[in-house]
Design a protein around this ligand. Structure first.
Ligand SMILES: Nc1ncnc2c1ncn2[C@@H]1O[C@H](COP(=O)(O)OP(=O)(O)OP(=O)(O)O)[C@@H](O)[C@H]1O
Ligand SMILES: [Mg+2]
Length: 414
């Protein structure tokens, strides 16, 4: 699936934009602050419903306006199938929808999609941007976001699961807060209800996250060895509710299921068995921390605290690695994401490369491009001469490359 055209209405600094793009390499160049990243971001938002720069939909609306709309025309080159996807966000002030509450609307071929799970995955993209550094350097939330976004692209039901789990955690937290830190104010029946539902969802989430972290770790170690010319060993492990990973490991090893678990997931019967065990284990953990949670007025145990431990040659990267090593590790992780999506969905995702060329040295640029030969690519840069040689070499045929000049929210094809 490739993107054939992009339409924007009031997105960031774009009032209205209609643009046809090419099936191979699309290069957007122009001075700073003209709208290059905004365009890449619009593609990312429409395909994944997540921005790499903000978690607030309102930031994406053109200043002074009341809604944004993005639509992407998609084409399957193998069978000529066309479809279009649409993501809009409307504030309470927007005249384009009825009602007076803010609303997100998603559509395929003009028909509104009720469930986000039916929408995600229609157009898979992978973005490479300076913000990727946060996956290695930033707070645990950045790593959870990376993991959540990746898994949602491959397994849309995961997104539903995540939304339901987060909703329950938020409800439970609001309740814990209302208890004012006093055990006597807390109703055990209400907390039992949340913990029971949460244990079940949490077990499924942990199994899913663990599998994808193992997959990522496996790919990332190879990419990183390659990028660092064999000198750096990148290790990743899943940090979640204490004892959960050990419980899954024991089950997998006893039944000799580890390779299958990583490559294709478990059979329904095994999944249900391991989920049952893990869910009882999580439930006991939630009950054990109840008194503490009430005292602290917050859920202290759960997947909202998950993290991925990333180490380089045995040392925690966040604390010990250089900026260059962190950048290489972030690139290795994103390349692994690309591999995983391609392997599991069977087709190359669209690649969005925002400003990465100015950030990487020649060796890393070549590594990056060599993994992307069959994909549609969008690249931004300030100076087109800076990347012409590498791109020419990579695209082989210059007819595959289209240049677009970006100036003040207007894009001209060359
Ligand atoms: N919600 C918004 N409404 C209007 N303008 C916005 C909004 N958000 C950002 N902008 C503006 O859009 C302009 C272009 O931003 P963008 O990040 O796309 O620049 P860029 O071309 O990628 O520049 P650089 O080369 O520096 O990365 C900036 O001037 C920014 O202030
Ligand atoms: Mg930019």
């Amino acid at each position: 699936m490739i993107i054939d055209n992009i339409k924007l209405h009031n997105f960031r600094n774009y009032g209205r934009l209609e643009l046809s793009v090419g099936p191979s390499v699309n290069i957007f160049y122009g001075d700073n602050a003209q709208g290059k990243t905004n365009l890449i971001e619009s593609i990312n938002v429409c395909s994944t419903i997540t921005s790499h720069r903000t978690s607030k939909d309102r930031d994406l609306i053109k200043l002074g306006e009341s809604e944004y709309e993005i639509s992407l025309g998609l084409k399957d080159l193998s069978d000529g199938f066309n479809t279009s996807i649409f993501a809009g966000f409307y504030t309470e002030k927007s005249d384009l929808i009825s009602g007076n509450t803010a609303k997100r609307i998603l559509k395929q071929d003009g028909v509104q999609t009720e469930r986000i799970a039916d929408y995600l995955g229609l157009c898979n993209t992978v973005i490479f941007a300076p913000e990727d550094l946060n996956i290695v350097k930033g707070a645990p939330a950045s790593r959870r976001k990376f993991l959540n976004t990746m898994i949602s692209k491959i397994s849309p039901v995961y997104f539903d699961l995540l939304t339901r789990t987060n909703r329950l955690i938020n409800q439970k937290n609001a309740y814990l807060k209302s208890c004012g830190g006093k055990r006597s104010n807390a109703d055990d029946n209400a907390l039992d209800f949340w913990d029971f539902s949460l244990a079940d969802l949490t077990a499924t989430m942990i199994i899913n996250r663990y599998r994808y972290i193992l997959l990522l770790a496996d790919k990332a170690v190879t990419h990183h060895l390659d990028i660092s010319d064999g000198s750096e060993k990148l290790e990743m492990s899943y940090s979640t509710i204490t004892g959960s990973v050990e419980l899954i490991d024991a089950y997998l090893d006893k039944n000799d299921m580890r390779p299958n678990f990583i490559s294709q997931g478990l059979s329904a019967a095994s999944e249900s068995e391991i989920k049952g065990r893990l869910s009882s284990f999580v439930l006991s953990k939630l009950r054990n921390c109840r008194a503490n949670d009430i005292e602290k007025s917050v859920s202290t145990v759960g997947i909202h605290r998950d993290d991925i431990d990333i180490k380089l040659n045995g040392l925690q990267m966040r604390a010990f690695s250089s900026q260059g090593q962190q950048r290489s590790a972030a690139l290795s992780l994103k390349l692994s994401e690309l591999d995983i999506i391609r392997d599991i969905t069977g087709s190359a995702p669209v690649l969005l490369l925002d400003d990465v060329f100015s950030e990487l040295d020649v060796n890393r640029r070549v590594k990056l491009l060599s993994g992307m030969t069959d994909a549609q690519i969008f690249i931004t840069c300030t100076d087109r001469t800076y990347i012409e040689d590498e791109i020419a070499h990579f695209a082989r045929n210059s007819e595959n490359i289209r240049y677009f000049h970006v100036l003040g929210g207007i894009i001209e094809k060359e």
